[in-house]
Design a protein around this ligand. Structure first.
Ligand code: GLA
Length: 376
């Protein structure tokens, strides 16, 4: 017995694996599918919760400079909230093609396709009934010596939401054990050429979800250029410099400083695609895309990716809905920083292509790195 105890003690001391994520019920969808919520935790005080409907980030508790944690993303207390009219893609995986497709039309190899128009005249975020945010994905929680993760898988059948090809998708959320870093990694394969552009649609307020505004947050974007758009937010096809416009976030700027000066959009605030600066050093797996800072709490978020673009949306359509813990989500009370290929890429020959072919694998990932200003 003594020997067994000694052996167990040795094993416990050398084992560096994190425990598997906790699992709890998160309610049922309208059609009766049970959905579970997975809790990822690390040694540095970060807690993330993810669920299988829409492979969605539900909660993200991040410490500030006084050591106090706040949940910094918008969301709902159960799956029913995510199915309600008030949900605006909170925290979900967005696709098959995030952002807009002009008039819901595109063609591949001479064949025309029509997808739903659910944003004025255009297609938005993958469709209406069975876009990737609305389906329940298979989930598998795991842990290893680097941290904890959940792997979500979903196969979107040929023709779903009008898109060609059976698309096998995977999204993995992984929280590092000893750093406040979450990676969101995407993979997809297809059996027919098809457009794919996946992102995460988390809404951040680093003061805590439900705080009045994000206009006091300071944003830096590693983008010298953007894609000007028409008044339905479809790019004109041009790529223009941000210099001299309210879109210049190449140096840290308060989000509210110039928001009222925006004249090029009917979007009531920032809702623009920025062209991320490509780095000379291509050996690195990630480039810096954005840094968001809330000075009062000290919370800072750095976003890294190899995607060519980022949609910066200043929560203009938030309308005072009541989310988690009854908190109110007011107009411009959160920002989305959606790493992605440019909007309407499928119709813009001079934008990087989003067509995935059967012999290829779509692979991309985004890092969310949290810190406290003034601390390493
Ligand atoms: C994206 C779009 C916005 C809006 C939100 C969801 O960020 O660019 O225009 O549709 O999603 O409300």
């Amino acid at each position: 017995m003594k020997q067994i105890c000694a052996l167990l003690a040795v094993c416990a001391s050398v084992s560096t694996s994190a425990a598997d994520p906790e699992v709890q019920d998160f309610g049922k969808t309208k059609d009766g599918t049970a959905v579970q919520l997975y809790t990822l935790k690390n040694e540095k005080g970060l807690t993330a919760k993810v669920m299988a409907r829409g492979a969605t980030l539900v909660e993200l508790h991040v410490p500030g400079k006084n050591g106090k944690s706040e949940d910094v993303i918008l969301g709902w207390d159960s799956v029913a909230g995510y199915e309600s009219e008030d949900n605006q893609y909170f925290g979900c995986t967005t696709g098959r093609v995030c952002n807009r497709i002009a008039k819901g039309k595109f063609s591949i190899g001479g064949k025309d396709y029509t997808v739903a128009t659910n944003d004025g005249p255009n297609h938005l975020h993958g469709g209406v009934e069975r876009s990737l945010d609305k389906v329940v994905w298979d989930a598998k929680a795991y842990s290893n010596d680097k941290g904890q993760g959940v792997r979500f898988k979903y196969t979107s059948p040929d023709g779903e939401e009008g898109y060609p090809g059976n698309l096998k998708c995977q999204v993995v959320y992984f929280l590092a054990k000893n750093a406040n870093r979450i990676s969101i990694s995407y993979k997809a394969t297809t059996d027919q050429p098809t457009p794919v552009n996946l992102t995460n649609h988390a809404y951040f307020n680093l003061a805590g979800a439900g705080s009045d505004t994000v206009l006091d947050h300071v944003l830096t974007l590693n983008a010298d250029k953007y894609t000007p758009a028409d008044d339905t937010l479809i790019p004109t096809g041009k790529i223009e410099p941000v210099a001299g416009t309210p879109l210049d976030f190449t140096k840290p700027k308060r989000i509210g400083a110039r928001i009222e000066k925006l004249t090029d959009t009917s979007a009531l605030g920032y809702d623009h695609n920025f062209v991320l600066n490509a780095k000379q050093d291509d050996s690195k797996p990630y480039n810096h895309a954005a840094t968001l800072l809330h000075k009062a709490s000290g919370r800072r978020l750095r976003i890294m990716t190899k995607e060519p673009g980022i949609q910066f949306y200043s929560g203009n359509f938030l309308k005072g809905q009541q989310g988690k813990n009854g908190k109110t989500y007011a107009h411009r009370s959160a920002v989305c920083l959606e790493t992605q290929h440019y909007p309407d890429s499928v119709n813009q020959p001079n934008f990087p292509s989003i067509i995935l072919k059967p012999d290829q694998e779509y692979q991309t990932s985004t890092l969310l790195i949290f810190g406290v200003s003034g601390q390493k």
